[in-house]
Design a protein around this ligand. Sequence first.
Ligand SMILES: Cc1ncc(COP(=O)(O)O)c(C=O)c1O
Length: 359
Amino acid sequence: MSRPAIAHIRLNAFRHNYRVAKQMHGGKALAVIKANAYGHGAEQCAKAIENESDGFAVACLEEALQLRQAGIKNPILLLEGFFEAAELPEIVAHDLWMVVHAQWQVEILLAAKLAKPLHVWLKLDSGMHRVGLSPSEYVSAYAQLDQHQNVAKIVLMSHFANADNLSSQHTLQQIEVFKNTVACLNSQAYMADFSLANSAAILGWQAAKGNWSRPGIMLYGADPLMASDTKLRPVMQLTSQIISIRKITKGESIGYGSIFTAEKETIVGVVACGYADGYPRTATGAPAAVDGKMTRIIGRVSMDMLFVDLTDIPNAKIGSTVELWGDQVAANDVAKAAGTIAYELFCNTKRVQFSYSDS
Ligand SMILES: Cc1ncc(COP(=O)(O)O)c(C=O)c1O
C-alpha cells in the first residue's frame, strides 16, 4: 500500500474555469500555466484546453519548451521574455511569443539577427514597479520596435499590483497611466491589441478589459477576491487519510513544541500529510474535512504528518479520508490560516501522488 496523500486534479474543472474567465472578460484569454500550472501539472492542464485555448502564458523558455515537446501547438507567451540574447533563436524556432519588459531587452531585440520576426508583448510599468518599461521608455521603445524587421506584431500590456483589493484606487490609476501612455504612441497604436487583466481584474474591474485577458489563479478555482458566490470550481483536491487515533486527557499536549494542550478530553487523529508535501507548517487552526465533516488542524504540522481534532467526529477511523483543501475546504481558507495565499499552497504541493481525472 502506498502513502495515501493524493492531489486529485480535476481537468474538467480547469476547463470550466477557463470558459468562465473567457466569457467574463470577453475577447481572447491566455491561460497562465507558469510554474507547472501553479503546481497542477502544466502539460495536463494545457492538453485539457488545447482545442479551445487562445494561448498559454509561462514564465520562461524552459517551461514553453516542455509544452512544445508535449505537442502543444497553441501560442505560448513567455511572461518574462528572454534572459539572454542566446535564447532568441530558440524563441523564433519554436514560434513563441515574448514579453519585452526592460530597456536592455529592447536593445538586444533591435540588434539581433533573426530568421523570422517575433511577436512581442510590450510591457508598461503602469505602477506596479516590478518589471515593465516606464511610460517614457515605453513610447520610445514602441517607436523603435513598430515596423522593425525583427518584430511581427506588438501587443500592449501591463500588470496590476492591487487588483484583488476592490477598495484600492490603484488599479484605476494604473489603467489611467496605461491609457495616457498609449495616447502618446503613434497614430496606428490605438488599433493594437492590448492586455491588462489578471484573474482579480477579470472578476472585479470592468475598466480593465482589453482584447486579451491573462487569467491564472481563477483557472485553478481559487477566487482572488474571496467571493463566496464564485462560479469557479476547485481543480486540486488534496486528500490523505487518518493513520493513528488517540484520546488525550485535559492538560496533555501533542506534537512538536507541545503547542496544543487539551482543555478537555480530546480525540486526536494523525493524518499522513505534512510540510514536506507542501501543507504549510503555519496552518494550525486551518479547516479540514474528515469523511465529509468539518474540523480543524491542531498542534504543529510536522514534515509528514499533521493532527486533526476528531472529538466531534466519533465515526472517524483509521483510513478515514481527510480533505485538506478542495471542495469542502477552500484553499483560500487554509491559506488565510497559514498567512499565505492559495497560489503558494498549490505551487508548493509536491511529493504526494498526483491523480488526473477529466470527468
Ligand atoms: C504578467 C502576468 N499576467 C497574469 C498573471 C496571472 O495572474 P493571476 O494568477 O493573479 O490571475 C500573472 C501571474 O503572476 C502575471 O505575472
